[in-house]
Design a protein around this ligand. Structure first.
Ligand code: HAM
Length: 432
């Protein structure tokens, strides 16, 4: 084969896929539910370019993070400026928010996006080098209620998709000063176990000790278990924020667990962090996650405004839905598949199908129809609900044959009654 897709990437196709989640109508359905949910919560769509100046991510995410230090697709453009394919959505949204001065007209700005992200990671199940995220960013409100709204939105999305068996992990990682004190104590504690630690954690100890708490390596588990808890280091404001958030989530019936080992992999977070995991995913079990970032905008030389958001992977959502046998509707099936068997029949069929399409009834036509059996095969492949046959006999009698592909029932309809007949059938079908 001359060309092959790069490692860690995949195609989304209408059929013939090796894994069900790559079916394009699943993506269409998911994106429709996402848009509706985001709009229902008052979030407005924002679209930023696929790549940005590299600085946006270096400054935004933190140089020591895995994303910045190892995973970015960075290249020089023809004028030798460093550009990076976006590895995540928050930093670009902040860049756009600052550049377009979106803070001028409104005190609170709530954005959402559905976009592809690029990370040079080791490909494995649930981890790709291009993945798709639905993300939200709520800017301007420092309160715990804002955190609850964002968490509730993600939880509501999963509920609308009928996903179950989820765990909401919640933690508070404080502000930069709180974290610095904690980091010192944590490092002191971890240094005692340097010999027993995994190789990866040894490297992290100097660069980013908090990330060790996230380690999945077996030899680290016992060490992590008894590590000091960030929750013991919070100041009064952080404690109140966290307790109030927990109370509010309880009162709106969002089940959660407090997980003081949850730190997340990006440096911009302050106070609240959360992750929703699914037991139906493998080792990459995070369906979505996010948190508060109260200093990111000022760090990027924007206004001093707080933010809160999340990102959730579309691949992982679909994989979970399939694992849970959730039925995903297909809106791409034709309601009527026209089979005109002569060129005169084609002319009539073309006229009829145009009228039905103007009424927004999904229809298709076999423009190569020669033998009825082949056309029936095509209709079955498309999962058409009905086929409408016009051949020599039908042209003589000016009546077409409408066949219901499920009940196998066949009806004869006069040409000039076809539009009304099919329109009524469609109305009844839509009501069900
Ligand atoms: P993140 O946790 O890096 O957060 O990514 C969010 C979600 O994207 C993950 O929970 C996962 O579902 C999905 N994901 C990440 N990497 C991959 C991958 N390589 N393959 C497949 N899916 C993946 C962020 O990106 C933050 N920007 C979220 C945020 C928004 N925080 C505040 N606002």
């Amino acid at each position: 084969m001359l060309f092959q897709i790069p490692k860690g990437l995949y195609d989304i196709l209408p059929y013939e896929v090796d894994q069900e989640w790559k079916l394009s109508h699943y993506w269409q359905y998911l994106e429709t539910v996402i848009r509706k949910t985001a709009l229902d919560f008052g979030f407005k769509e924002i679209r930023t370019p696929t790549f940005e100046r590299t600085e946006v991510f270096n400054r935004g995410l933190g140089e020591a993070t895995d994303i910045v230090s190892k995973e970015m697709y960075t290249f020089l453009d023809k004028a030798k400026r460093s550009m990076t394919l976006r590895p995540e959505g928050t930093a670009p949204v902040m860049r756009s928010f600052i550049e377009n001065r979106l803070y001028n007209a409104r005190k609170i700005n709530k954005f959402f996006y559905i976009a592809s992200m690029f990370r040079y990671e080791r490909p494995q199940s649930g981890r790709y080098r291009q993945h798709h995220q639905f993300g939200v960013e709520a800017i301007g409100n420092p309160s715990f209620e804002q955190d609850a709204e964002v968490i509730d939105l993600l939880y509501e999305l999963y509920s609308r998709l009928n996903i179950s068996n989820l765990t909401v992990n919640l933690n508070c990682i404080g502000n930069i000063t709180t974290r610095e004190v904690y980091k010192k104590d944590l490092t002191k504690y971890l240094e005692k176990y340097l010999k027993e630690m995994s190789e990866e954690s040894k490297i992290r100890l100097a660069k980013n000790p908090l990330r060790i708490l996230d380690s999945k390596e077996e030899e680290d588990q016992e060490i992590i278990k008894s590590a000091p808890s960030i929750l013991d280091y919070l100041n009064d404001d952080e404690k109140n924020h966290f307790n109030n958030l927990c109370d509010l989530l309880k009162s709106i019936n969002i089940p959660f667990i407090i997980n003081d080992k949850l730190v997340r992999g990006i440096d911009y977070y302050t106070k609240t962090v959360f992750e929703i995991t699914s037991s139906d995913l493998g080792s990459q079990n995070a369906l979505g996650g996010g948190g508060r970032y109260d200093h990111l905008l000022s760090q990027l030389k924007g206004p001093d405004l707080p933010g809160m958001g999340f990102g959730t992977g579309l691949e992982r959502i679909l994989q979970t839905m399939i694992k849970q046998d959730i039925v995903i509707p297909d809106n791409s099936k034709p309601f009527v598949y026209f089979v005109p068997l002569t060129s005169h029949a084609k002319k009539i069929a073309f006229n009829l199908i145009t009228q039905l399409r103007r009424k927004e009834i999904p229809c298709d036509i076999d423009l190569n129809a020669k033998k009825i059996n082949q056309s029936i095969k095509n209709a079955n492949l498309l999962q058409a609900s009905h086929i409408l046959i016009i051949g020599e006999d039908e042209l003589q009698t000016k009546q077409a044959q409408l066949k219901n592909m499920i009940s196998r029932e066949q009806t004869t309809i006069e040409f000039d009654k076809i539009i009304t007949y099919i329109t009524n059938l469609w109305r009844d079908y839509e009501k069900v």
